[in-house]
Design a protein around this ligand. Structure first.
Ligand SMILES: NC(=O)C1=CN([C@@H]2O[C@H](COP(=O)(O)OP(=O)(O)OC[C@H]3O[C@@H](n4cnc5c(N)ncnc54)[C@H](O)[C@@H]3O)[C@@H](O)[C@H]2O)C=CC1
Ligand SMILES: O=C(O)[C@H]1O[C@H](OP(=O)(O)OP(=O)(O)OC[C@H]2O[C@@H](n3ccc(=O)[nH]c3=O)[C@H](O)[C@@H]2O)[C@H](O)[C@@H](O)[C@@H]1O
Length: 405
């Protein structure tokens, strides 16, 4: 968008990798753009906190806000970053909370900055939540549905609008607390949609109704919309699970029961196990069985495995003494719970069953007729409803899905 950007991180390994033009994670399209802007000297990476704070007018806080044991968002990284900003700022700055943070954090950040300033320097704190998805981060960031600016300062709002002037979408101007809640409400509502479909899919399983037809049928109603109605083995990732818990924690602290969200979280907690019970019902005793798991990432087009339902599946299988063989096109993780193979063929060889856990296109396009003879028996569990039921049954597979009839 024409800005000069400094990427500051305390992790030297990440900074060195990015500065040398290599992404340390998988995100389609991002590496080319990184190289382009490194060459144009539009972006540079550093671990020098003081220099990065002094040399920039707008400081985005994009640090992690992981889940604490009690469900709340752990703000230790936000607090540390805020105290560094206070210590090192030398002139007016706009400090932007880009991390997903609970209601009241803009005020908290502001107080920490003030407490750490050696002498008074003016600044404003703005809440500007991020709505991009992993796997489509670039498109989402450059073409967002909306930009939310939560600010009590006209000056800071103007600077933020100038910063986003290349982006063509509605800009919601509000106060910081509303902006903070908008982020949690958005993620929670999306999680709710998924859990609603997953619970409905359990009923569809009983009634032999195709949940995908139900999604299509309701999604065409503009008031409902077609997105985030895909039933599967549950939502994962570094955000939905933790953000739902953080909002529930905020609601309990304030004496309000968000009962629908509580239930959505519970449905998600049990969804992968619900699917695994189908495996037990079909295969019987799992002890010593060889199971091939396709996909470790929490969804396609990312190498992120944080809160991935695949790991719940692997854990379940390992606990039931299965011989677990896994495949993922991009994730490379060592674990004593499984052996990872680089080809799908090796992964499914001698398997008693295949379980699809991630919606990679690579799995959608598998030549299933070629795999059948490699397996002990042609048994396919489709946790993402990726496969055409009639086609796969036509090839002689026994096919079990999330109500994909
Ligand atoms: N990952 C995603 O797709 C999205 C994430 N978010 C939110 O953005 C925030 C960050 O998420 P992720 O990037 O996934 O977290 P992450 O944990 O992968 O990365 C955070 C980075 O901050 C660095 N860091 C911590 N303290 C620092 C400090 N004082 N100075 C400089 N660097 C510091 C860490 O070394 C780490 O590299 C979270 O609040 C998350 O909820 C929001 C929308 C999308
Ligand atoms: O706050 C965040 O970090 C981000 O969290 C999510 O993005 P992300 O976690 O990257 O991925 P999603 O595409 O939302 O998928 C989340 C999980 O839900 C699952 N999902 C998604 C959609 C669906 O219909 N069904 C379904 O099971 C996915 O497989 C995945 O496990 C939100 O979509 C982003 O808007 C938000 O910025």
């Amino acid at each position: 968008m024409g800005h000069k950007v400094t990427g500051l991180d305390l992790d030297e390994r990440k900074v060195n990798s990015l500065q040398s033009g290599k992404l340390h994670f998988y995100e389609p399209g991002l590496n080319d753009l990184l190289l382009k802007h490194l060459n144009l000297e539009n972006i540079t990476f550093t671990t020098d906190t003081q220099k990065a704070i002094k040399e920039n007018d707008v400081i985005f806080l994009c640090v992690g806000t992981p889940q604490s044991p009690n469900g709340s968002a752990d703000l230790q990284y936000v607090k540390n970053a805020a105290s560094s900003i206070g210590s090192f700022m030398n002139q007016y700055k706009v400090v932007v909370n880009k991390s997903t943070v609970p209601v009241g954090t803009a005020e908290l950040v502001s107080n920490i900055i003030k407490e750490n300033q050696p002498s008074e320097v003016p600044f404003d704190v703005v809440s500007n939540p991020e709505f991009l998805r992993e796997g489509s981060a670039l498109k989402d960031a450059l073409h967002p549905d909306r930009v939310v600016i939560g600010s009590t300062s006209k000056k800071a709002t103007l600077i933020m609008k100038e910063l986003y002037k290349e982006v063509t979408c509605p800009i919601i101007e509000t106060n910081p607390k509303s902006a903070e809640l908008i982020k949690y409400a958005a993620n929670s509502f999306l999680a709710l949609k998924i859990s609603f479909m997953n619970e409905l899919a359990r009923l569809c399983d009983e009634l032999e109704i195709n949940i995908n037809d139900v999604s299509k049928g309701i999604g065409l109603d503009h008031r409902i919309g077609p997105h985030f109605l895909q039933a599967g083995i549950g939502y994962g990732g570094s955000c939905f699970p933790k953000d739902v818990q953080a909002l529930l924690h905020t609601s309990r602290k304030n004496g309000i029961n968000l009962s629908i969200l509580e239930r959505a979280s519970e449905v998600n907690r049990t969804q992968a196990t619900y699917f695994m019970e189908k495996l037990t019902n079909t295969v019987g005793d799992l002890n010593g069985k060889t199971i091939a798991v396709l996909g470790l990432a929490f969804k396609a087009n990312t190498d992120d495995t944080r809160e991935s339902p695949s790991l719940t599946v692997v854990d379940y299988l390992a606990k039931h003494n299965c011989n677990v063989k896994v495949h993922d096109p991009v994730v490379r993780l060592q674990s004593s719970a499984y052996i990872q193979y680089s080809t799908i063929e090796e992964t499914v060889a001698d398997a008693d069953a295949i379980i699809i856990c991630t919606d990679w296109d690579e799995y959608r396009n598998i030549q299933w007729h070629k795999l059948k003879d490699l397996m002990k028996q042609p048994l396919l569990f489709d946790g993402r409803n990726l496969i055409n039921r009639d086609d796969i049954i036509g090839l002689g597979y026994h096919y079990i899905s999330i109500a994909n009839f």
